[in-house]
Design a protein. Structure first.
Length: 112
């Protein structure tokens, strides 16, 4: 059996990168849903949660054969950028009127 050539390996890597981007986009949507629950840009950073996420990632990395020297800094940056995204997303979102259940105009008995 022959080893794959460089072009084949790069094609495989490109396909994996596309799947990774799709997974990160899904993670971003979940981060935005969490931001909705938090509701306040000041609440997006939780150092204890960051360390719990990193512990989970490092355990999974060990099982999967991913070097901790790759996993740990990548996830630290990812979690930090996600916190930045949550805060920016919340600041850009118009505040919901206080007398509504879901932010729709006129509340539960209003238009719609």
């Amino acid at each position: 059996m022959t080893e794959p050539d460089l072009a084949t390996l790069r094609t495989e890597l490109d396909a994996l990168d596309r799947r990774t981007v799709e997974t990160l986009a899904r993670r971003q949507r979940i981060v935005e849903a969490i931001a909705r629950v938090k509701g306040d840009p000041a609440r997006v950073r939780d150092p204890a949660r960051v360390e719990a996420v990193l512990a989970n990632v490092l355990q999974a990395a060990g099982v999967a054969g991913l070097s901790a020297a790759i996993a740990e800094p990548v996830w630290r940056v990812l979690v930090e950028r996600c916190a930045d995204h949550q805060a920016a997303w919340l600041r850009a979102r118009p505040a919901a009127p206080r007398d509504t259940c879901c932010g729709c105009e006129g509340g539960p008995s209003g238009p719609g």
